[in-house]
Design a protein around this ligand. Sequence first.
Ligand SMILES: CC(C)(COP(=O)(O)OP(=O)(O)OC[C@H]1O[C@@H](n2cnc3c(N)ncnc32)[C@H](O)[C@@H]1OP(=O)(O)O)[C@@H](O)C(=O)NCCC(=O)NCCS
Length: 252
Amino acid sequence: MLSSIRSDLAIVKERDPAARNVLEILLCYPGVHALTIHRISNKLWRSNFPLMPMKLLARVLSQLSRSLTGVEIHPGARIGSGVFIDHGMGVVIGETAEIGNRCLLYQGVTLGGTGKEHGKRHPTLEENVVVGAGAKVLGAIRVGENTRIGAGSVLVRDVEADSTVVGIPGRVIHQSGVRVNPLAHSALPDAEANVIRNLMERIDQLESEIRVFKNCLKNGVENKNPEDMLANKAQNLKDKEILEFLGDKPNQ
Ligand SMILES: CC(C)(COP(=O)(O)OP(=O)(O)OC[C@H]1O[C@@H](n2cnc3c(N)ncnc32)[C@H](O)[C@@H]1OP(=O)(O)O)[C@@H](O)C(=O)NCCC(=O)NCCS
């Protein structure tokens, strides 16, 4: 435990140019206070001393820490060494969350559950992950090492190592230093993106229909109804997907 606390102090010195000496870090960094108290409450949580309600003590200690620091860490969370919670206020870390060594969390970060699962229901951050201010990482997902999660993002899916993720829902914009085109069709990862892709295809289709109409008007059509010249693709499966996404009921 002492070596973890030593690493927590050392990482602040290394990562925050504003930290001038150990005394200043000990006195002025609520993230350090919260982590130090967590290391004690985590020991209580895992101990099986029979005569005392250790889990209750651990939770009371973690709530005291929350009042003092604004950082709420469930005593069951597993936190590696050299972790830095910068600024701290509003950070929430759930019971089954796991945080690897040298991770950096800014203020307002939530490592929470989605409210649907039991058992392991909070995220696992591998080593050296950075979670930007206000980002929410939800569910029993795994975030690969060296990944950076943008401020304000909401991440609900696994992410491979060395990625940069931004947005709601979080999308990978860089992978191992290579920019991922967020509108590349093969890279579209979710319902929102599928709907955008479907809308783009529908716009394409409408544009070609308008072209046919314009040609008909321009050149005239002998014995033909222009509508017969168009494929009737209204209300296909993709329309249904778009309506469902918008919360409307598709026509039966
Ligand atoms: C996500 C982050 C790590 C990306 O940094 P980066 O690799 O330098 O990326 P860039 O700044 O080149 O941005 C790449 C693209 O992502 C967008 N982007 C960056 N951060 C974003 C965010 N948080 N939310 C949404 N989009 C974001 C940029 O606008 C840019 O889009 P574009 O290519 O269409 O112009 C960084 O922007 C971030 O959010 N860091 C967290 C910092 C933090 O919380 N600080 C708190 C200090 S108190």
